[in-house]
Design a protein around this ligand. Structure first.
Ligand code: ADP
Ligand code: ADP
Length: 226
């Protein structure tokens, strides 16, 4: 069954069309890579699927219900509770320690400090970065920062993770670690992942690949099984 469905999704920025009618289904528990050259509309599609921006035309459904027509408050609540997001640069809060960054989504959701920090510590440990729990992002390597950002994306136990070039700022080894961990957790917990990347190697971690060209799904690249 499809957890996410896009139907004829179009989106422009002013006069620049970014998506020209994209339809795709994301199956429950699937790891889907959206690939294609720079500027083909990958990020725009991810932002539409995650409810961060609204399409100009077409529909997005999450578990069968319209997502794109919901209010910003509603979509934002959904992103906090059921979705995890990971971007190219972890976007950790510079003034907070790794543990405080990871605990933040739970604190915002109303968890006690004790529970939030307990969960943060255990995710940092699981992802191999317990050693930097008390460090601030500026004191950490890029790979450590991104693993903390991954811990922060997973700490609320989301059903769906959206990752936009999650290894784009990393060297190959650090990228492999982050991808291996994301995919490992997703498989273990049947988390659905939508992964945007221009990298064929990163797309190799996915179950299936959808290729975009100029804002449309490339029929030749549709549903490449991995
Ligand atoms: P990709 O992620 O594949 O690089 P994007 O979705 O970022 O593609 O961009 C698709 C198109 O939309 C590109 O032509 C890009 O320049 C344009 N675009 C993206 N974001 C904006 C924006 N905020 N304002 C104006 N144009 C944008
Ligand atoms: P290209 O798409 O230009 O061929 P690469 O695939 O070599 O580029 O790498 C693009 C980005 O993906 C790099 O920034 C790198 O950090 C990351 N990366 C490369 N190989 C891997 C890998 N095996 N696993 C995870 N990330 C990777």
């Amino acid at each position: 069954t499809a957890v996410l469905q896009a139907r004829d999704v179009a989106r422009s920025y002013g006069a620049t069309p970014a998506l020209r009618g994209v339809s795709l289904d994301v199956a429950d528990g699937e790891i889907l890579a959206v690939t294609g050259p720079s500027g083909c509309g990958k990020s725009t599609l991810l932002h539409c699927l995650a409810g961060i921006i609204r399409p100009d035309a077409g529909e997005i459904r999450y578990r069968g219900e319209r997502l794109d027509t919901r209010s910003e408050a509603d979509r934002s609540r959904l992103r906090r509770t059921e979705f995890g997001v990971l971007f190219q640069f972890g976007q950790l809060v510079a003034e907070l320690t790794a543990a405080q960054n990871v605990a933040l989504p739970l604190l915002l959701a109303g968890a006690t400090r004790r529970n939030a920090h307990g969960a943060a510590e255990s995710w940092l440990e699981r992802l191999g970065v317990a050693g930097v729990a008390g460090a601030r992002p500026g004191e950490m390597s890029g790979g450590q920062q991104q693993r903390c950002a991954l811990a922060r994306a997973l700490v609320t136990e989301p059903r769906l993770v959206f990752a936009d070039e999650p290894t784009g700022a990393l060297d190959t080894l650090a990228g492999e670690q982050v991808m291996g961990q994301l995919v490992g957790v997703a498989r273990e917990r049947s988390v659905t992942v939508v992964l945007v990347t221009h990298s064929g190697r990163v797309a190799g971690y996915a179950d299936r690949e959808v290729v975009l060209r100029d804002g449309a799904v490339d029929p030749a690249g549709l549903g490449i099984a991995r």
